[in-house]
Design a protein around this ligand. Structure first.
Ligand SMILES: *Cc1c(COP(=O)(O)O)cnc(C)c1O
Length: 362
C-alpha cells in the first residue's frame, strides 16, 4: 500500500454489535444485512467474521449472494428484493438462496422452480412505506399460494418501516397496525425491524430482526436515544498528509479558490478525495483528526486530495496520520458536515480505499 487512503475495519466491533442486536430479542433470530459490500466494510470479510454467529445474511442481488457463497459462506442468504429475472430464479436453486417475494409475479416465477428446490420465502408486505411489497389485500392469497408450493420450506411475513429512525413518528404505529391486521391468523414467523426499529420500537421485535447499519457501529438516529446501547464503531477512514505549506493572508486554497486565508495558515494536503468516495459536499469546518488533534477541512474536496487547516496540529508534517471518522471522531458527528448520513459515507467508499482488517477472523 503506497498511497495511504485506507479504511481500518474492526471485525471484533462488528461481532460485538451483532451480539447487541441479538440481545434485543432473546430467542429471536437475526439476519445480518451485508448488502452493498456490507455498507462499504467488505461483505465477504464481514460475513466470515460473523460466520459462527449469524443466523443468516441478507443482500440486495444475486451477484452479492454468489460472492458470499463462492467465498465459502454456508449460512442462509436472503435476497432482499427477490429475483429480478429468470436467471435470478435459477440462481435461487443453484446457490440455495432464500428470497423475498414482493409482488405477485415473483410468486409466479418461484412456482416454476424445480420441485427439488428448498427455499424459504419472505413475503414482503407494503404496510405503508409504498416502495416495495404486496398490497395488504393480496397478503392472505399470496401467503396461501406460497405455503402450498413444494419448493417453499417456510414463509416469513415481513415488512419495512419508512420512519423507524424517528421513533415518535405516527407512521410507525400505522404500519405496525396495518401489518398486524393483514397477517392476522396467518402462520409463519414475522420480521419487521431494521436497526432503527430494533433499537427503538419494541413492538416491532419479532421472530427475525434485520439489522444493517448498527452492525457497523453507527447510529441510525439523528438525536441520541436515552438508553442507547454501546455500539462499537467498526470503521476508521484514514490517510496521511502528503504535503504541508504556509499560506499567506489573502491567498486562496484549492479549486475555485473557494477558501481564503484570513491570516497566515499552515495548510496540509491529504491523500483522500471524491475518487475515494469522500463526499464533495463537505462543508468547510468539517472536523478531521491530524496526529490525533482536531483540525478542519478547508477548500473543496478534489478527486484525489483534500486540504486541511493545520493550526490545531502545529507539529504535523508529511506522513502525519489523518482520521476522517472512527473511534475518537464519531461518524454520526461528521456525517452532517458532509451533508449526509453514516449509511452513505461508508457505502460510497470506492475500491481504491484499501480495506485493512483487524480483530481475529475466526
Ligand atoms: C437494508 C435493509 C435493512 C437494514 O437496514 P438498516 O437501517 O441498515 O438496519 C433491513 N431490511 C431491509 C428490507 C433492508 O432493505
Amino acid at each position: 500500500m503506497s498511497r495511504k487512503a485506507h479504511a481500518i475495519i474492526d471485525l471484533n466491533a462488528i461481532r460485538h454489535n451483532y451480539q447487541l442486536a441479538r440481545k434485543a430479542r432473546p430467542g429471536g433470530r437475526t439476519v445480518a444485512v451485508v448488502k452493498a459490500n456490507a455498507y462499504g466494510h467488505g461483505a465477504l470479510a464481514v460475513a466470515h467474521a460473523l460466520a459462527h454467529d449469524a443466523d443468516a445474511f441478507a443482500v440486495a442481488s444475486v451477484e452479492e449472494a454468489v460472492e458470499l457463497r463462492e467465498g465459502g459462506i454456508h449460512q442462509p442468504i436472503l435476497l432482499l428484493e427477490g429475483p429480478f429475472d429468470q436467471a435470478d430464479v435459477e440462481a435461487i436453486h443453484a446457490y440455495q438462496l432464500w428470497t423475498v417475494a414482493h409482488h405477485a409475479a415473483q410468486v409466479d416465477a418461484l412456482a416454476k422452480l424445480p420441485t427439488a428446490t428448498r427455499t424459504q420465502v419472505w413475503l414482503k408486505i407494503d404496510s405503508g412505506m409504498h416502495r416495495l411489497g404486496v398490497p395488504l389485500d393480496q397478503v392472505s392469497a399470496l401467503h396461501a399460494r406460497l405455503c402450498a408450493m413444494p419448493q417453499v420450506t417456510e414463509v416469513v411475513l415481513m415488512t419495512h418501516f419508512a420512519c423507524a429512525d424517528e421513533p415518535g413518528h405516527a407512521l410507525n404505529a400505522r404500519q405496525l397496525e396495518a401489518f398486524t391486521a393483514a397477517t392476522r391468523g396467518l402462520e409463519g414467523p414475522r420480521s419487521l425491524a431494521n436497526s432503527a426499529a430494533l433499537l427503538s420500537l419494541p413492538a416491532a421485535l419479532a421472530d427475525w430482526q434485520r439489522p444493517g447499519l448498527m452492525l457497523y457501529g453507527a447510529s441510525p438516529f439523528e438525536t441520541h436515544l436515552p438508553d442507547y446501547p454501546t455500539l462499537q464503531p467498526a470503521m476508521s477512514l484514514c490517510s496521511e498528509l502528503i504535503a504541508v505549506r504556509e499560506v499567506s493572508a489573502g491567498e486562496t486554497v484549492g479549486y475555485g479558490a473557494s477558501w481564503t486565508a484570513s491570516q497566515p495558515t499552515r495548510v496540509g494536503t491529504v491523500a483522500m478525495g471524491y475518487g475515494d468516495g469522500l463526499h464533495r459536499q463537505a462543508r468547510p469546518g468539517t472536523p478531521v483528526l491530524v496526529d490525533g488533534h482536531r483540525c478542519t477541512l478547508i477548500g473543496r474536496v478534489s478527486m484525489d486530495m483534500v486540504t486541511v487547516d493545520l493550526s490545531a496540529a502545529p507539529a504535523a508534517q508529511p506522513g502525519s496520520p489523518i482520521v476522517f471518522w472512527g473511534p475518537g471522531l464519531p461518524i454520526e458527528e461528521v456525517a452532517p458536515c458532509y451533508q449526509s448520513i453514516p449509511y452513505t459515507l461508508t457505502t460510497c467508499l470506492t475500491p481504491r480505499v484499501h480495506r485493512v482488517y483487524k480483530g481475529n477472523n475466526q
